[in-house]
Design a protein around this ligand. Structure first.
Ligand code: HEM
Ligand code: HEM
Length: 255
């Protein structure tokens, strides 16, 4: 066994963008008053996480070996055997994702679109309660992820948390990736960075709206003081999606 490359640069870039934006969205969601202008950053960070997820879906199809969805050990028998083994001490070690991380990651991937849809009011009147429920489910998934990392560190005596920084894990040399794909990562950094910069530039704090770069949809958060005078929003062309204070979610056309 030696140190081999398992996580290429694109997936590491995705991981820290996803973890950072979701941590920020959760922290602001739970701790910042929804009347504060800072609360709008919560919505922007949620949209950054969704954008990162879209990139991850592409990597899941055309990414390197351990990023592909087809490489995830998701067969029910393997997942059950893994969780039983985790508690009885017999779980085997995987080079890429183990069934535990695979299941938890997919849960996080599914929760982000649900959080966006419920936060933006696309799920109707129940959206507000659902949004909080999805946020709590995400917290549980993140807690499970971190607990799994601690468990792995103790059980296999391997500082696995570092692998999402260095890309390296212990394994047989033949199983390692040949390249960290720096050109892909650079393209993602430039394209993704431009999208995120445009998102923040398109944010109108006074009106409480943001126009999604490329898509042109205007998303409005009707929670804060600024948004209350937002009927005259100059958010640009496209569909507006609003969220009312009392859960009255609605859509209106811009013209
Ligand atoms: C909000 C916090 C976090 C979220 C949402 C998150 C999310 C994820 C996701 C989605 C994956 C799967 C990666 C993929 O294939 O796309 C993953 C894997 C991983 N994460 Fe995190 N993560 C978080 C925090 C952390 C922290 C704080 C660390 C370490 C210090 C960490 C270390 C890792 C490692 C090592 C893996 C690979 C696990 C394996 O070997 O299967 N994560 N995380
Ligand atoms: C995807 C990441 C997101 C996460 C993790 C998240 C999480 C949260 C959390 C924890 C709260 C506080 C729940 C409570 O204590 O009641 C909250 C509230 C809220 N979020 Fe999000 N959110 C996300 C995205 C969004 C987006 C994209 C929007 C809007 C487009 C949005 C709109 C709202 C609104 C309007 C509230 C206030 C509900 C209320 O308490 O009246 N969220 N969110």
């Amino acid at each position: 066994m030696s140190k081999i490359l398992v996580w290429d640069l694109p997936v590491r870039l995705f991981h820290w963008t996803f973890a950072g934006s979701l941590s920020g969205a959760l922290a602001i969601g739970f701790w910042v008053d929804d009347d504060s202008p800072l609360f709008q950053v919560h919505m922007l960070l949620g949209l950054v996480a969704a954008f990162a997820l879209a990139g991850r879906l592409v990597l899941g199809v055309v990414g390197s070996r351990y990023n592909r969805f087809s490489s995830l050990p998701l067969a029910p028998g393997r997942v059950i055997a893994y969780f039983v083994g985790a508690f009885t001490g017999g779980a085997k070690r995987f080079i890429g994702h183990n069934p535990g991380t695979a299941v938890v990651s997919l849960a996080m991937f599914a929760l982000v679109p649900l959080l966006i849809a419920s936060g933006a009011g696309w799920l109707g009147g129940l959206g507000e309660e659902l949004h909080e429920g999805f946020a709590i489910a995400l917290l549980v998934a993140i807690g499970g992820h971190l607990a799994g990392l601690v468990w792995h560190t103790v059980r296999h005596r391997e500082a696995i948390a570092l692998s999402m920084v260095t890309g390296l894990k212990d394994g047989p040399e033949a199983e390692g990736l040949k390249s960290a794909r720096p050109v892909w990562a650079l393209a993602m950094l430039i394209g993704g960075g431009a999208w995120v910069a445009a998102l923040f530039a398109n944010h109108d704090t006074a009106a409480g709206t943001v126009k999604l770069p490329v898509l042109g949809t205007v998303v409005s958060l009707g929670e804060n003081e600024g948004a209350e005078g937002g009927e005259e929003n100059e958010g640009g062309a496209g569909k507006k999606v609003g969220v009312g204070k009392n859960g009255e979610h609605g859509e209106k056309d811009d013209d």
